[in-house]
Design a protein around this ligand. Structure first.
Ligand code: SF4
Length: 424
């Protein structure tokens, strides 16, 4: 006889510990869909039920996709009648008729019937359009940054051209970054002897093809592990870390130099120049104050590291991505420089509890967490819109980020005034 466990019994979820199984962020599939809809000639098909389709279509258009997502009607009746593959194939045919269609990503989501869609029953190509299945169910892919990785890996697997000579002095850089960052990174790498940089994910399908013949792959964000695995199966060197802050930039430039076998003296010269510029920025505008860095973008540890190098105290960092060897160097660095807690797959309750413990001067967080801080009169900003939306990499990125943070740290009087105003 089956054991019946009461909901309030000892095996029931704890009231105090937040549930880590369900991410407290937007639907993870949004991350992949955002990348896939932006590619020129891409006409995504989404295989899921009507509720998910409504929400994801809305969010995708909010981010300026300017194209329709084609989807089969999958309500309860269609799911029960087993018409999922047929409906999806029909949607692919419709998407392939769009003028200039070159890519049809088929995004399958949480619904069990679509998550298990057999790839071999879908066409590989219709007309000129490649059909690529991208599986991003939220019970397996726990955050929207990690869903971006799944989409990039699927496209690299299918599209990257491995025939022909490798361009040994070229590098693929992975990560959605502020538009000025690729220009700055490209300029610095070319001074070291790099012949070409390919930034993914962008608007060009051709970039995914060229990526297969690059000399190395460098994920700028620490959640591109599936894409890294693709590169490793090709035997392509992978460069960890990112050109962030003083020490992070120096280590990253050196790693790129080693991976592409560039002239070590020239590489060192560029490292020294960048270090000098970065040090000058920190010396001219050192930060002072206690900052909590929390968000759901997966880049929070790197931001925290830059702020600590600039003089801020960052006792607590949280992120929606999971723990991974890619983030470990930043975690170790932060813990060696005063950070007490680094929380992965974070929940709002954990961030709020940190607010009680650390009494910060400034908070970067999700919208609900920033609201909690503001209610207490603490300067608080939405991480994604305020911090992750400006240049970040190399010394040029440091200037933009540190100037902004230094400015916000002077605003505590205004936040206290606001709190008093609304309390009256
Ligand atoms: S795909 Fe999953 S997480 Fe996304 S909206 Fe649908 S049910 Fe929610």
């Amino acid at each position: 006889m089956a054991e019946i466990i009461p909901l309030n019994g000892s095996n029931a979820p704890s009231q105090s510990a937040p549930c880590k199984l369900h991410p407290q962020s937007m639907c993870p599939a949004f991350g992949s869909l955002r990348i896939l809809t932006r590619i020129e000639g891409s006409h995504p098909v989404m295989a899921t039920d009507t509720g998910c389709l409504y929400g994801l279509t809305f969010v995708t258009h909010f981010y300026g996709a300017s194209k329709s997502i084609v989807a089969p009607t999958l309500g309860t009746a269609e799911l029960m009648s087993g018409q999922v593959v047929e409906g999806t194939r029909a949607a692919i045919d419709v998407a392939a008729k769009e003028p200039g269609a070159k890519l049809i990503p088929v995004v399958s989501l949480c619904v069990a019937e679509t998550a298990g869609m057999p790839e071999e029953l879908l066409p590989r190509k219709v007309g000129d359009a490649e059909v690529v299945l991208v599986r991003v169910p939220a019970y397996a892919i726990h955050s929207h940054p990690e869903a971006k990785d799944i989409a990039v890996a699927a496209l690299l697997n299918r599209l990257a051209e491995r025939e022909g000579a490798v361009n040994e002095k070229s590098v693929v850089l992975l990560g959605e970054v502020f538009p000025a960052d690729p220009l700055a990174i490209d300029a610095v790498l070319r001074r070291m002897g790099v012949s070409e940089t390919i930034f993914l994910p962008g608007r060009s399908l051709e970039d995914f093809r060229r990526a297969g013949r690059a000399g190395a792959l460098a994920p700028l964000h620490p959640f591109y592990k599936e894409s890294m695995n693709v590169a490793r199966t090709w035997g392509m060197p992978v460069v960890g870390g990112a050109p962030v802050g003083i020490t992070g930039t120096a280590a990253w430039l050196k790693s790129v130099g080693n991976a592409l076998k560039l002239n070590p003296e020239l590489v060192q010269q560029v490292i020294d120049e960048e270090r000098e510029k970065a040090q000058a920025i920190v010396t001219a505008r050192p930060l002072s104050g206690r900052v909590l860095v929390t968000g759901y973008e997966g880049t929070e540890l790197a931001y925290a590291r830059m702020l600590v190098e600039a003089g801020a105290e960052v006792p607590y960092v949280s992120t929606s991505i999971g723990q991974d060897p890619l983030v470990l160097p930043d975690e170790l660095w932060l813990k060696a420089h005063g950070t007490k807690e680094v929380v992965y797959r974070k929940a709002l309750e954990e961030d709020v509890s940190a607010l009680d413990r650390y009494q910060p001067d400034l908070v970067f967080g999700t919208t609900p967490f920033a609201s909690v801080a503001k209610e207490r009169g603490i300067p608080a900003m939405y991480f994604t819109n305020q911090l992750a939306s400006r240049p970040f990499f190399l010394s040029s990125g440091m200037t933009a980020t540190i100037d902004f943070v230094a400015g916000v740290l002077t605003k505590s009087d205004r936040y206290r005034w606001m709190q008093e105003f609304f309390a009256e």
